[in-house]
Design a protein around this ligand. Structure first.
Ligand SMILES: [Zn+2]
Length: 484
């Protein structure tokens, strides 16, 4: 027990150093410099590349120099979110850690265990390399995973080409071994608006709230409702009931989150009772579709001040056409992995100012060609609806390797150490492993992680009891790799 606690305490000490440095995605200079200096002072050969990625090489145990090179990999950036009203400047403030018997959390903010704990494990393993046998090791810590994986995209492939194995430490359950992930592409539909004066007598604020939402890579298969789609259908129904003009329409928080809310301001000839009746019917339609999994949805209607401007009729029609025709939700289930979503898409977020509107859309697929097809469809649909489709760099999928020696070693080691099998799975979310795989398809890759819950939220929690078993799993696996 003494030794177990020693590992946990030492890894948490490394994590504490990271938590003290603000490291929001896109603002990693300080943490990247810290890692460079910290690892150099500990005696490792360190490279800080032009985007801030850190690559640190550690020598093998004496006599094991010829063993295959293994990479440990994590990302240094984090999603910074705070509870409503909590005073937090993500570019200046440290994360304040709260610890009890079972969990580590942050006061008022996300914890950044995603992926600070993965990086902390890597630091611990390098610094304690004299405690277990291993071949040559390399720690790669990327920047900007959460926003666009630009660290992984820019990582020079020479750092991947001389390695045989890569253990990514950015997953969320200590007893799961991830062996494949989906690709995706960010698509923004944008158009300029030329608003006009409202001509109808009543103005209403319409809200839709109470949907469950969730990460679009993890929860899309649960059949939850999409607030932006649902609001678009409600606005269409209102237009059929009587003349209406749209002054604003927004909703959702991120391209990769199923939107939980939407809000619109409408100018109309309809009375409040008419509007309420239509929305009541739309809610019943919604519940028929999604009520089993998403029962908390509700519409609200409030009379509001007459807006200064509204969209032109054609602009509104085309916007609602886009939001109705875009696919959102599961598109296809995997024919090879039962129960796994193969292809999906998410209308994630809509922003509107007086001058422009932007809809963020994120298709995902285990098959890269399906992602390309969604991009082509997006361009066609944009052309039909007066929008411009701005298509990001597609993130490649990471294809499962059925002959992975690394997956076999780690699953066996887990079973030996814990007396139960490790779950081996392919996921629908994206991982940096897709980029590593694209740069070196011969690289044998797995992804693991300490158990964390509610990542990317102020409720993010780390389960302390899973840290030590995971470090032991990596140590023992590295020992077996060294004997290959
Ligand atoms: Zn992460």
């Amino acid at each position: 027990m003494g030794e177990n606690n020693e590992i946990l305490e030492a890894v948490l000490a490394e994590f504490g150093k990271l938590a003290a440095i603000p490291r929001q995605s896109g603002h990693e200079q300080a943490v990247s410099d810290f890692l460079r200096d910290y690892l150099s002072e500990a005696g490792f050969r360190v490279v800080q590349d032009e985007v801030g990625n850190i690559i640190a090489d550690a020598p093998a145990t004496a006599g094991l120099e010829k063993a295959p090179l293994t990479i440990l990999q994590g990302h240094m950036d984090m999603v910074c979110v705070a509870e409503e009203g909590y005073d937090y400047d993500p570019q200046r403030d440290a994360i304040k850690l709260l610890r009890d018997e079972k969990y580590l959390q942050a006061e008022g903010t996300s914890l950044g265990a995603d992926d600070g704990i993965g990086v902390a494990e890597g630091l611990y393993l390098l610094k304690n390399g004299d405690k277990f046998p291993h071949g040559p090791l390399r720690l790669i810590v990327t920047v900007d995973e959460e926003r666009g994986m630009t660290g992984a995209i820019h990582l020079d492939k020479k750092y991947l080409e001389d390695a045989a194995f890569l253990i990514n430490c950015d997953s969320e359950n200590w007893d799961e071994l991830t062996v494949g992930s989906a690709g995706n592409v960010t698509i923004n539909f944008e158009r300029e608006l030329q608003p006009v004066l409202p001509t109808l007598p009543h103005a209403f604020h319409i809200g839709l709230r109470g949907l469950l939402g969730g990460h679009s890579g993890e929860r899309i298969g649960d059949g939850r409702g999409n607030a932006l789609r649902t609001m678009a259908l409600a606005l269409l129904a209102l237009q059929k009931k009587g003349r209406t003009e749209l002054a604003s329409f927004i909703g959702g928080k991120a391209r990769n989150a199923i939107p939980r809310f939407a809000r619109a301001v409408l100018v109309t000839e309809l009375s409040q009772a008419d509007v309420q009746a239509v929305l009541e019917e739309e809610l019943q339609n919604f519940l028929e579709d999604y009520g089993g999994v998403d029962p908390g949805a509700e519409f609200t209607v409030q009379e509001t001040e007459m807006p200064a401007q509204v969209l032109q009729g054609e602009e509104t029609r085309q916007l609602l056409r886009l939001l109705t025709l875009l696919h959102t939700g599961v598109y296809a289930m995997s024919p090879v992995n039962p129960g796994l979503v193969e292809t999906s898409a998410n209308i994630g977020m809509m922003e509107m100012t007086a001058r422009e509107v932007r809809v963020q859309f994120l298709p995902r697929s285990a098959i890269d060609q399906k992602v390309r097809e969604f991009s082509l469809q997006a361009e066609e649909l944009a052309a039909l609806t007066g929008f411009k489709a701005v298509i990001g760099t597609p993130s490649p999928g990471w294809k499962e390797n059925k002959d992975s020696r690394l997956a076999k070693i780690m699953a066996e080691t887990f079973a030996e150490q814990n007396g139960k099998p490790m779950k081996v799975e392919t996921i629908h979310a994206g991982l940096e492993c897709g980029w590593h795989f694209q740069k070196n398809p011969r690289l044998d890759i797995v992804s693991i992680g300490v158990t964390t819950t509610d990542i990317h939220s102020p409720r993010e929690k780390l389960e302390l009891a899973t840290v030590e078993p995971q470090v032991r799993l990596i140590m023992a696996s590295l020992g077996k790799i060294a004997k290959l």
